[in-house]
Ligand binder design. Structure first.
Ligand SMILES: Nc1ncnc2c1ncn2[C@@H]1O[C@H](COP(=O)(O)OP(=O)(O)OP(=O)(O)O)[C@@H](O)[C@H]1O
Ligand SMILES: [Mg+2]
Length: 599
């Protein structure tokens, strides 16, 4: 019920189109039901000699054309009227199709826009956990199911109702008993349909799930194809897909079997109904209880009526499918958007930062950061070292307000971070993510993501700082080279450097390198750091790295372990402290020594 209401809300602005479609179908129904009446009058009173007994509008038409006697010699006139009615009916059917298709298209677009828009504003954590394949399915095929239902089936319900009401209205005065006989099996057919619908809905849900699983497997396999190859897991993957594919096939078979039963049984019942009416009416025509024309009317109407009633089975099934889809879409829309307070401040940011007793946990009672305190002056470079899972990425994500700290206080230039506008802070904290993502656009466009209107010179200049300029110039199309599937395949280090250029161009006063130099060689690493220092905008810089050489020149170094700040200070001080830092330093200098000797 809640879903129906939601659907009704989405139809806002298009409801009059739907009303137009329903009225059109009503009028089309009237015109298609009128033709058998004209045939009846023609048989009974124009060709035959029964006294004229017809609705008032037919009588009027006969008088217009000069009466029964005239028409008897010009039988083409009733024929032409029937053709004329068919044309008018066609026009109304066209209008119905046009309006309902237009409205459905608009509603579908609105739903798609709504979901897409909503997805953009969901909290960071939602996307960390979400399954991309499933989200894609919801944004595309689920919306399509709703669109199809709205475009074709929705008005079908109206059509069947109109048909039922009009036929009863016309048949009843002709012969009550025969009307009742004509309708005898309709409730049974309808109930049968509803039972079928309940059965089929479950089958559909199972099939949909299997289909989703299959496409997830496919999606995962395609994205991870390199891993699959590298580990020689092709056979295993093929088997996994085959299993999913089989389940999908079996469920589809089951559904088709259900449908086969449905169509054959309902066909049988419809034929039975038509047979009963045919036999009764022929017999009664013989006995003289009804006229030949009335017999024709009843038989035509029953034929016309049964089709939409049986069609209702399909409509209701699709209604069920549409409801399931709507539910899946609502699940996304029901997740609250990230709260973006607009009232917060947007101070100019210089870049001094202070952490005081900051604690943070993703899940309750599983602290990831514990009582972190340190101070940074504007323009300083801070290095962060720590084993994997220590909380380094988490710490810098707090700075960009991707998550909010639960205890303690973080201030930027003396202002509490929580009071600064989220969008504003993200603009001012240039974050180079640990796993950079590049868009399937040209290299230039990828860099410009950080600053849409940057002139070419600026693009080149940041690319030089990121040590990627010369690499780009070697590509055939230079900066216009496409990145990704249809373009050039970049190496891990090239991707990292592009991501660095993209962040640098935004000129943010705070820049964070989250392990962003891990895939570049030591020399390039040093070159990038050297170039960074020479930039005129002297940003406060955080560098997360596992490489001591990268960290050692920083103004001070934070050493994190299991969410705790275990050491802090300059390179020289930390070496003397004989802690984690000095241990790692020893291992790495030993490596250098060995490598140095062997080369
Ligand atoms: N979005 C998240 N939701 C829940 N837990 C998370 C999330 N991100 C990270 N964690 C957990 O928090 C801990 C710290 O993760 P974090 O990414 O900060 O480590 P890290 O120091 O950056 O490690 P690495 O050097 O491997 O990048 C880990 O135990 C991780 O499982
Ligand atoms: Mg990390």
């Amino acid at each position: 019920m809640k879903n129906l209401k939601e659907l009704w809300n989405y139809m806002k602005g298009n409801r009059s189109r739907y009303l137009g479609a329903v009225i059109s179908i009503g009028l089309a129904t009237i015109f298609s039901l009128a033709a058998p009446l004209i045939i009846k009058v023609t048989i009974d009173s124009i060709i035959g000699s029964k006294e004229l007994e017809a609705p008032i509008w037919i009588e009027r038409m006969i008088t217009e054309f000069g009466g029964v006697e005239v028409l008897r010699d010009k039988l083409w006139i009733p024929a032409a009227v029937i053709v004329g009615f068919a044309v008018v009916r066609g026009v109304f059917l066209f209008l119905k199709g046009k309006w309902s298709a237009e409205a459905a298209e608009k509603v579908a677009k609105r739903i798609r826009d709504g979901v897409y828009n909503h997805l953009q504003y969901l909290p960071y954590q939602y996307h960390v956990n979400a399954e991309t394949g499933d989200l894609i399915q919801r944004c595309t095929s689920d919306v399509e199911t709703i669109r199809k239902f709205l475009a074709t089936q929705f008005v079908e319900i109206g059509s069947a109702l109109f048909m039922l009401l009009f036929t009863i209205y016309i048949m009843l005065p002709m012969d009550i008993t025969l009307t009742l006989i004509s309708m005898a099996l309709i409730p049974i057919i309808f109930i049968f349909t509803v039972i079928f619908f309940i059965k089929v809905k479950e089958a559909f849900r199972l099939m949909e799930e299997a289909e989703g699983k299959m496409s997830s497997t496919l999606q995962e396999n395609l994205t991870g194809l390199r891993v699959v190859r590298a580990f020689g897991r092709q056979a295993h993957e093929v088997e996994k897909f085959d299993k999913n594919n089989k389940t999908n096939r079996d469920l589809t078979y089951k559904l088709i079997r259900l449908f086969a039963w449905y169509w054959s049984i309902s066909d049988f019942m419809c034929m039975l109904q038509m047979g009963i009416v045919l036999m009764t009416s022929v017999y009664w025509t013989f006995t003289g209880r009804i006229t030949l024309g009335t017999m024709v009317v009843f038989n035509t109407y029953v034929g016309m009526l049964l089709w939409p009633i049986r069609q209702m089975g399909r409509v209701i099934t699709d209604l069920g499918k549409a409801m399931v889809s709507l539910e899946r879409i609502s699940e996304i829309l029901d997740v609250p958007k990230e709260i973006m307070e607009n009232t917060s401040e947007k101070p100019a940011i210089e870049g001094s930062i202070s952490f005081k007793d900051v604690s943070f946990e993703y899940e309750k009672d599983k602290p990831i950061l514990k009582n972190i305190s340190f101070d940074v002056k504007a323009g300083e470079t801070i290095a962060i070292l720590g084993p994997t899972g220590a909380g380094k990425t988490t710490l810098v994500h707090l700075l960009a307000r991707l998550f909010d700290y639960q205890k303690g206080s973080i201030t930027i230039d003396g202002k509490e971070l929580k009071d600064i506008d989220k969008k504003w802070i993200r603009k001012n904290v240039g974050l180079i993510l640990q796993e950079p993502f590049l868009f399937a656009k040209s290299i230039k466009e990828n860099i410009r993501l950080g600053k849409g209107n940057a002139p070419d010179d600026e693009v080149y200049s940041v690319a030089k700082v990121a040590s990627i300029h010369d690499v780009v110039l070697e590509f055939d199309k230079g900066y216009e080279t496409l990145v990704g599937e249809r373009g050039v395949s970049l190496s891990g280090g090239q991707k990292q450097r592009l991501a660095i250029a993209r962040t640098l161009i935004s000129d943010a006063p705070i820049v964070v390198f989250d392990d962003s130099l891990s895939a570049v060689d030591t020399e390039t690493d040093a070159a990038i750091r050297g170039a960074l220092k020479k930039r005129k905008n002297n940003a406060t810089t955080f560098i997360i790295s596992h490489r001591i050489a990268t960290l050692s020149e920083a103004d001070f170094i934070l050493v994190l372990d299991k969410g705790q700040l275990v050491e802090m200070g300059k390179h020289e001080d930390l070496i003397n402290q004989k802690g984690l830092y000095s241990r790692i330093w020893k291992i790495q200098s030993l490596e250098d020594e060995i490598l140095g000797k062997s080369s």
